[in-house]
Design a protein. Structure first.
Length: 467
């Protein structure tokens, strides 16, 4: 289990690098997260009685609700999934597949733990991969393959692929000339001189994933795995560079060196104790004052989600998982409804309510300039690929922020997403012309902003369709 190394203040400081404002929401999620690690340091008997304090974030679109949750999970390396509540109100989906969000969380957790296990054995796996590459680059003299025996057939059915591999190695003769050439190739590989040479390797066929809506998948049964354990995996040949082949072979060798049962067990524990499920558009399953047949189905979805949030056992292909201590973060605008329109039992499972503030012009200025991944920094980097140095004056940034604020309040409020629309329209000509012109330096001024999008913002009809 990962140890918590950040305090709530440090978590908020990290969130500040990506999300502007919304201090109350940041503090709430940081405290809720840290309390889970406090619980893990308590005696086991008391741990079972302390449940996570689920949050409900309320605010218009584009103010940072999803970004806060996503960045939070990355900061603490916690399994995280985002689901849309509206998925469970679609025709044919009403209340039928709500447990899939938990299975998705376990899949993410398994991938995270698997990568950690693989990193521990990477050194040994890399050595084995290089040995294979040497044999592939300098093959021995092939002998005629013997006929498959009953023992070989049984080994294939039981998934003993190593025996087949050993048989292939035994069927080739390594002469002194081949051995000397392999030593030379091994030395060149270690020096990185053969990274671009092409090599053909055998790997398991990658079958497309089946749809998550099938009945077996909803019951936590993976038919592909069941059949894969009965039948040998189909091998396919792929030609790629030595550099790419090494990573494929390292992954194959790493899989042999780790205990997958330990991975699945640790992954389930991690998902149970540190997992975060973010349910977006939560307001869309609130019935409100209307009581048509469609609204009643929404209440049914709430009642299906309720047992998962309360705590229940969900069957996955890796084993049973308890949702008692998974942190749920609900999010919604609640423009036409309110949290009290949810059923009382579900309201009680989200004790922390945080209302996110609408974005001001000053917030837009900060969003454009302060975050590590701000839009202006992204556009400067993109245009810079064509050896064009793009700069924005302070007045231009202020003007862009003012336009975004005005459009949000005269057309429809979509929060910070409005900035992407405005910048794309503003830099349309620059993006189009930059590859063909050695323009050197381009400065975006307030006058340029007015010339490009000033007329559009002055015409309300144009604004509705363009910005």
């Amino acid at each position: 289990m990962l140890e918590m190394t950040k305090t709530p203040q440090q978590i908020v400081k990290d969130l500040d690098e990506y999300v502007i404002g919304q201090d109350e929401a940041k503090r709430a999620v940081a405290v809720a997260l840290y309390n889970r690690y406090r619980r893990l340091r308590l005696p086991e008997k008391m741990q079972a009685d302390i449940t996570p304090k689920n949050l409900m974030m309320i605010g218009p679109t584009g103010v940072g609700k999803t970004e806060i949750a996503r960045r939070l999970a990355k900061i603490v390396s916690a399994p995280f999934v985002k689901v849309e509540a509206t998925k469970f109100t679609e025709v044919g989906y009403v209340g039928r597949d709500v447990e899939q969000m938990v299975r998705d969380l376990v899949d993410v957790s398994v991938h995270m733990v698997e990568e950690e296990y693989y990193s521990r054995v990477r050194g040994r796996a890399s050595q084995e991969a290089d040995k294979k590459l040497v044999r592939l680059l300098v093959p021995g003299i092939k002998h005629e393959k013997r006929q498959m025996t009953m023992q070989d057939m049984m080994a294939a059915l039981t998934g003993n692929g190593n025996q087949n591999q050993n048989n292939d190695e035994d069927s080739e003769e390594v002469t002194d000339a081949v051995r000397d050439q392999r030593l030379s190739v091994k030395e060149q590989l270690s020096k990185g001189l053969l990274e671009d040479r092409e090599v053909t390797i055998q790997m398991d066929e990658q079958k497309p994933m089946g749809g998550g809506g099938d009945m077996m998948g909803q019951m936590g049964i993976d038919m592909g795995d069941m059949l894969g354990n009965l039948l040998p995996k189909k091998q396919v040949s792929r030609t790629m560079s030595v550099k790419e082949a090494r990573e494929v072979l390292i992954r194959q060798e790493s899989s042999k060196l780790v205990n997958h049962d330990d991975i699945y067990s640790d992954a389930i524990k991690r998902a149970e104790n540190t997992g975060i499920i973010f349910i977006d558009e939560f307001d869309k399953i609130a019935a409100g004052n209307k009581r048509t047949s469609g609204e009643v189905s929404r209440e049914g979805v709430q009642r299906d989600i309720l047992p998962i949030v309360e705590g229940s056992q969900v069957n996955t292909k890796y084993g049973m998982i308890s949702t008692d201590h998974i942190l749920f973060i609900a999010s919604g605008a609640f423009a036409d409804t309110k949290p009290s329109d949810l059923i009382a039992e579900l309201q009680g499972r989200f004790p922390i309510r945080v209302e996110l503030d609408d974005l001001s012009k000053e917030d837009f200025v900060r969003i454009l300039t302060e975050p590590n991944n701000s839009l202006i920094k992204q556009y400067i980097a993109l245009i810079g690929v064509d050896d064009v140095h793009l700069t924005f004056t302070k007045e231009a940034i202020d003007r862009i922020a003012q336009i975004a604020y005005n459009v949000n309040h005269t057309v429809e409020n979509i929060g910070a997403r409005r900035l992407a629309t405005i910048l794309e329209k503003l830099l349309e000509e620059v993006s189009f012309s930059a590859p063909d012109m050695a323009m050197g330096d381009i400065t975006i001024t307030e006058q340029y902003v007015n010339d490009r999008i000033g007329k559009i913002t002055a015409d309300k009809d144009l604004t509705q369709f363009i910005l």
